[in-house]
Ligand binder design. Sequence first.
Ligand code: GDP
Length: 183
Amino acid sequence: MGSSSEDEGEEYLFKIVIVGDSAVGKSNLLSRYARNEFNMHSKATIGVEFQTQSLEFDGKEVKAQIWDTAGQERFRAVTSAYYRGAFGALVVYDISRRSTFDSIPRWLDELKTHSDTTVARMLVGNKCDLESIRDVSVDEGKSLAESEGLFFMETSALDSTNVKKAFEIVIREIYNNVSRKVL
Ligand code: GDP
């Protein structure tokens, strides 16, 4: 008989969604994290896509299935199916475009409306490489995150700043929430 502990081989699969206005860099954050790729030109394809990343916490395999709206938001048509079952969310704006920051409360509302569980949420100020044309200060991002109870990070999908960190803080938080429930 095997002497391995019951926990061994235990696997977790979590869905994470990325939301935010068009062109804030959602697809590039995902491709930077999952494939270490960056594209200067926005893709033209419409349709939901996801990538799966595997991590290990406490010897357990944790798979994050990360979904990208892939342009649905251009038509204000992110469907409830997109949000269904999500345990985590990256809510993204572009630090060089204030209107995308002003949209964050609307994305948070939408997330709340459609989610059926506690969602680990990270506010992400993307394109922090564009310091010279910054339109939203770090403090504004921080204080919005604090008032809404979100994690916060500025990232650059272009030069990779904090991309891995942002995803992995969310994944770790989900894992902590779930494993606390299981115990
Ligand atoms: P989405 O519509 O939110 O998925 O945005 P995309 O990932 O398609 O990116 C929109 C545009 O912003 C593209 O031209 C990207 O090359 C550019 N972009 C994305 N992330 C960054 C970034 O971190 N820095 C800079 N400078 N440009 C970015």
